[in-house]
Design a protein around this ligand. Structure first.
Ligand code: PEP
Length: 256
C-alpha cells in the first residue's frame, strides 16, 4: 500500500495563488514511487488546476461535494461535476460536521456518490475533546465509521480511505493539542477492528487509514510510524510549500 500525504488547503489561496503554489510544488518534488501526493484546493480552483497538474506525480482532491448529481441545490457542486477533475474527495471533515451541520447520514450519501463517480472518498472521523473526556471516543469512532460507510458495497472498499482526525488536535480549533502516537495507535486499532468485525479481516487490512491533526515536518515521522497508519491529512502545514515538501521527504524516508 502506498503512503498517502494529503494537503487540505481549506478556504485559502485565490485561484492564481493556488496555481503558483502547484507550479512550484511540481518543480520541487520528485516523482515518488511509494508516496501518493494529493492536494485539496478550493472547489473554484479544481478545474484549472486539473489542466496544470502532472497526474503521474500527484493527484487532486476536492474538499467536499454534494451527493445529488443535479437539481435545485443552490451553491452546491456535485460529484458528477467533479468526475474526471479530481481523483479524491474529503468527506465528513469535522469542519463540515460541526460548522455546516453534516451528519452521518449525509456523509454516507456523499461517500456513496463519490464512489459512484470514480472518486475516492477520504472519510474523516474523530471525536471532540469533550467526547474523549467523557469516555465516548470508541462509540463516536464506531458510529461515524459504520455510519459513513453504510452505503458502500463490499466490492468498493478498494476505493475508500479513512482519516482519523481527533477534533481537539486540529489546529483550526481553539485549543488544539498534539495527539500522542499511543493515542492514535489505540484509535487506529479500533478502526481496523471495527472494519474487521463488520466487513471481514481481509477487507479491513486493505483500507488505508490516515492520521490528521496539527501534523508538521517535526512530528510527521513519528505519526507515520504509528502501527496501522498509512498516511497523513495535513491542513495548516500544507499551505507552506517548503514544509509540505519536507513532509513528503519524511514520508519517503519512512518507507525506505
Ligand atoms: C485538517 O483540518 O484536516 C487538519 C488536519 O488541519 P491541521 O493540520 O491544520 O491540524
Amino acid at each position: 500500500m502506498k503512503t498517502y500525504i494529503v494537503g487540505n488547503w481549506k478556504l485559502n489561496f485565490t485561484v492564481g495563488e493556488a496555481s503558483i503554489y502547484l507550479h512550484k510544488l511540481l518543480k520541487k518534488m520528485p516523482n515518488y514511487r511509494d508516496v501518493e501526493v494529493v492536494v485539496a484546493p478550493s472547489t473554484i480552483a479544481l478545474q484549472p488546476l486539473s489542466l496544470q497538474v502532472d497526474r503521474h506525480k500527484m493527484k487532486l482532491s476536492a474538499q467536499d461535494a454534494f451527493y445529488r448529481d443535479y437539481g435545485a441545490f443552490t451553491g452546491e457542486t456535485s460529484f458528477s461535476q467533479l468526475r474526471g477533475i479530481v481523483d479524491f474527495c474529503i468527506v465528513g471533515h469535522s469542519e463540515r460536521r460541526y460548522i455546516f451541520g453534516e451528519n452521518d447520514k449525509m456523509v454516507a450519501k456523499k461517500v456513496a456518490a463519490a464512489i459512484r463517480h470514480k472518486i475516492t472518498p477520504i472519510l474523516c472521523i474523530g471525536e471532540t475533546e469533550s467526547e474523549r473526556a467523557f469516555g465516548e471516543t470508541a462509540d463516536v469512532i464506531r458510529d461515524q465509521l459504520i455510519g459513513g460507510l453504510s452505503e458502500v458495497a463490499d466490492d468498493d472498499f478498494d476505493n475508500v480511505i479513512i482519516a482519523y482526525e481527533p477534533v481537539w488536535a486540529i489546529s483550526s480549533t481553539k485549543a488544539a493539542k498534539l495527539a500522542t502516537p499511543d493515542e492514535i495507535a489505540e484509535v487506529v486499532e479500533l478502526i481496523r477492528q471495527t472494519l474487521a468485525d463488520t466487513y471481514g479481516a481481509e477487507l479491513a487490512e486493505k483500507v488505508p487509514v490516515l492520521f490528521g491533526g496539527s501534523v508538521n515536518k517535526a512530528n510527521a515521522g513519528a505519526y507515520l510510524t504509528v502501527p496501522g497508519v498509512n498516511g497523513l491529512l495535513i491542513g495548516g502545514a500544507s499551505l507552506i510549500l517548503d514544509e509540505f515538501v519536507d513532509i513528503l521527504e519524511v514520508a519517503k524516508r519512512v518507507r525506505q
